[in-house]
Design a binder for this molecule. Structure first.
Ligand SMILES: *Cc1c(COP(=O)(O)O)cnc(C)c1O
Length: 363
């Protein structure tokens, strides 16, 4: 079976470096909030091109704290694309905010031309999700946020290293939220997350909030949380980060091979907007008979996965928002047609060719 991901391959590719770092941390006797975290924060901020990075426990906490420091609460609306992973929306609602959904464009990012129509006098922020690795249309998004004085948050859980117009994702908003869940382009060996920002005051608030609301031990200023990136994960992330450019390039090569090789009128391939790059977190094809195609591939020993079968507005969790089927037809059609085919670091050329051949022979 060709799997949709093989995390073991990501480990064995740099086995010695990971093991050396793990032993170094284990033997150091210091496991939380130490020098590995400080070094990772500095290196990751430099990679993104932001002034500050604050390591956190996971991507959801990054989103949740982002809206908290930006002052989003009950009565406030946040505009977000309807076709995202549900964690993006939870970051808003866990603060009491209300998500206002906007349909995506054909590149799977928020349709910037539909944002203005969704703005009300309660709108406080826009959340963009650079889904599957490709940047959203950030020139238009930043222009609107400026015009209406809205905060801008970027969900960068899938786009470590992609650019819009030569500027890196994670540098457009007030805050950018990252996840280092093992399957992400920059994956840890457990949970991990971070925020980046250029604002020293916001960075300070994240540092306080991640550690029980205290800057100085046992002097608690606010009711904070415990959401820290531990030394072992930070150290291992430093190793992976030092190879991230080559890892992203490998994903781009696989995507290019798919794009060149897959030719089937029943299958729509993903496209990348001009002046934009993707780091190909996923390679998402579309097919009107998606479930039949997935079944066919499974019979050919090729695994696939759907990102995501149920859009947040139709999930049970958000039933209380009162949406119904048909409210976001573009998003709902996407959810019915998208299929992610295998793409990961270490996917062999032979396996890539098997995937291409199977897709071309589908009828
Ligand atoms: C993975 C992911 C998250 C959540 O990150 P966790 O670290 O799993 O909490 C949020 N948004 C998007 C788009 C993601 O892909």
């Amino acid at each position: 079976m060709i799997q949709t991901n093989r995390l073991d391959k990501g480990y064995f590719a740099y086995q010695q470096e990971f093991e050396d770092k793990a032993l170094e941390v284990l033997r150091s006797g210091w496991y939380v909030m130490g020098k590995e975290l400080a070094a990772f924060e500095e290196e990751f901020a430099a990679f993104v091109g932001s002034k500050y990075c604050v390591g956190l426990g996971n991507g959801l906490d990054a989103l949740k704290l982002a809206f908290r420091v930006l002052g989003i609460g009950p009565g406030d609306e946040v505009i977000v694309q309807a076709n995202t992973y549900i964690a993006s929306v939870m970051g808003v609602t866990m603060n009491g905010g209300t998500p206002v959904f906007v349909e995506p464009d054909e590149y799977f990012g928020i349709d910037a031309d539909r944002i203005e129509a969704a703005i009300t006098d309660r709108t406080k922020a826009v959340l963009v999700v650079h889904l599957y690795g490709q940047a959203c249309r950030m020139d238009k998004v930043t222009e609107i946020c400026k015009k209406y004085d809205l905060k801008l948050v970027e969900d960068c859980a899938q786009c470590h290293g992609s650019d819009f117009d030569g500027k890196r994702t994670g540098t457009f908003g007030d805050v950018a939220c990252f996840s280092f869940y093992p399957t992400k382009n920059l994956g840890a060996f457990g949970d991990g997350g971070a925020v980046t920002t250029d604002d020293p005051e916001l960075a300070k608030q994240f540092r306080i909030l991640r550690n029980y609301g205290s800057e100085k031990r046992y002097y608690n200023m606010v009711v904070g949380e415990n959401t820290r990136l531990d030394e072992l994960q930070a150290g291992l992330l430093r190793v992976r980060l030092s190879h991230l450019d080559e890892l992203n390039e490998e994903r781009c090569r696989i995507a290019e091979k798919y794009t060149k090789g897959i030719k089937n009128p029943k299958i729509q391939l993903p496209e990348v907007r001009e002046n934009t790059t993707s780091v190909w977190h996923q390679y998402v094809i579309r097919c009107e008979e998606r479930d039949r195609l997935a079944e066919y591939l499974k019979e050919k020993e090729i695994a696939t996965i759907i990102h995501y079968p149920i859009p947040p507005h139709l999930s049970q969790a958000y039933g209380y928002l009162g949406y119904k089927e048909g409210d976001f037809p573009i998003t709902e059609k996407m959810a019915a047609e998208v299929l992610s085919i295998p793409i990961y670091n270490g996917l062999t050329e032979e396996d890539q060719e098997t995937v291409i051949k199977a897709l071309n022979e589908y009828e």
